[in-house]
Unconditional design. Sequence first.
Length: 372
Amino acid sequence: MRFIDAIETFIYRCRRSWLIAALLTLSFVKTGVWYMPNFDGWKSMRLDPFHNPFTSPDAHYLFWNWLGPFLAWRFRIHNDQSFLYFHLLFSIAFTAAFVWFIFRNFEESVARTSLILFVAIPASATAYFWIGMDSITLTLIMLILAFRNHMFISLLLGVALGMQHAEQGFFAFAALLCALVFSTFMKYRVVFSVPWAAASLAGVLVGKLILILVFRHYGIQVNSGRPYYLRQYGQMYATMFYYHFQYIVWSVLGVGWIAIAKYAERGKEALPFLACLLGLLLMLPIIGDETRVLAIITFPLVAAYLLLNPDFLLSLNGRFVSWIFGLWLVVPWPWAWGGRPLVSIFPYNIAYLLHRLFGWFSVPANQPMWPL
């Protein structure tokens, strides 16, 4: 088909800068840019990260995402807009780190294949669809992956991740460590090492411990966060998953599921990856923001076995990659929150811009929830 031929020519023969610019622009149009609906509450921590500002125990889980507000407090980022832009910079850093890594370490065509698979999975746009705490979490995860040959740096970054979002960091790297252990035991070659993954996971646990000690030192009263939240709303989450499980599962990886199906053709070699991916998917019935959480915690696993695995990337021909890109272009942005499918925020971005410039469109008082 000429259309697929044209896509393949564009992916592998155009200038690198044009490809990157085009993919970023298309991704922006497909998803839009917004901020987390709980961002307004979370930003209150930036004024004093050593005091719990949340009166409702249901909001205490936000306080465990401590590193971002602490850094903002440390660098005196007190303005609301500056705090938002601060996290947007981390979103950009996440994308930039991935692009830098693949073009620095892979042959040109392999790096381009990796880039297409990257934009095809929702994790690549999660840091923009909901700017906020995930922006820092994804950046730290990507940096840990990038420093795979520097165990001590990965350990320190793991500590930072544990102080930013220990639960997501734990499940993300525990799943990856488990997969790498089984792959090594089955004598299959792995790009990422078991000691590196263990050091990264240990760093997350140390970061969580440091956070607990900081809270005790400053007398900060905070409940268990997510476990407390699950006791209150766990049954509701399970019900939401039951009624919308097809869309929720699809939304975790979107068109990226096609690449996973291709990897599954490797048979027994793919079993460690698939088993650990399934283990993470089993968490969906106890999560309220399904796509967001699973896109993040599956990212290290998908990156290690697919996106940053040159052996797998070399096995994909240009036509297959072009079909993935073509489908990504036409398939709507997949995102589930509370079981509800959400759409691209890009039209709301345009409407908001026109509202600010010319007074067109009406923006509700509850602006964070407007497009959601």
